[in-house]
Design a binder for this molecule. Structure first.
Ligand SMILES: [Fe+2]
Ligand SMILES: [Fe+2]
Length: 150
């Protein structure tokens, strides 16, 4: 599978997990916490593998380098926002507010990757290479999930 399809499939999975989480209430704390941990693992696996495979490639080209750097910053922001959510009382309204902000930012990030960066990457990466990157991404993603012990 091409790297773009792999990444997009992962985005869809993460988006549906975020929708499920957004629908939880402060009374279902256990579910909320469990889903958040699951989301954290899958998000970290996604971003780590994406950085090592996709971003590594687009950082090396002048046409995508600046935008790639900006987008990488958003990975850091997402991690920080997630840490903040973890430090917030899961029964509180603040928790849901922070989560909603995090979700919106991340959805926006996915959209930019899909609509903009993938399009630009297609111009600098051959189809064979994109297929190969897709395989490497998949292997790496699984490795990170295993390392995180989930
Ligand atoms: Fe990303
Ligand atoms: Fe992504």
């Amino acid at each position: 599978m091409l790297i773009y399809d792999q990444l997009k499939r992962d985005h869809e999975k993460l988006k549906s997990m975020m929708n499920r989480l957004e629908a939880t209430t402060g009374r279902a704390v256990k579910t909320r916490m469990e889903l958040l941990q699951e989301l954290k693992t899958l998000l970290l696996a996604h971003t780590k593998a994406e950085e090592a495979v996709f971003y590594r490639t687009i950082l090396s080209d002048d046409s995508t380098c600046d935008q790639a750097l900006e987008s990488l910053d958003e990975h850091k922001s997402a991690e920080a926002a997630l840490a903040e959510i973890e430090d917030t009382d899961p029964k509180s309204d603040a928790w849901l507010q922070r989560f909603k902000f995090f979700k919106r930012s991340l959805e926006h990030h996915f959209e930019e990757e899909e609509k903009d960066l993938f399009k630009k990457a297609r111009k600098i990466v051959s189809r064979d290479e994109a297929e190969e990157l897709g395989d490497i991404f998949q292997e790496l993603r699984i490795e990170v999930i295993e390392d995180l012990g989930t």
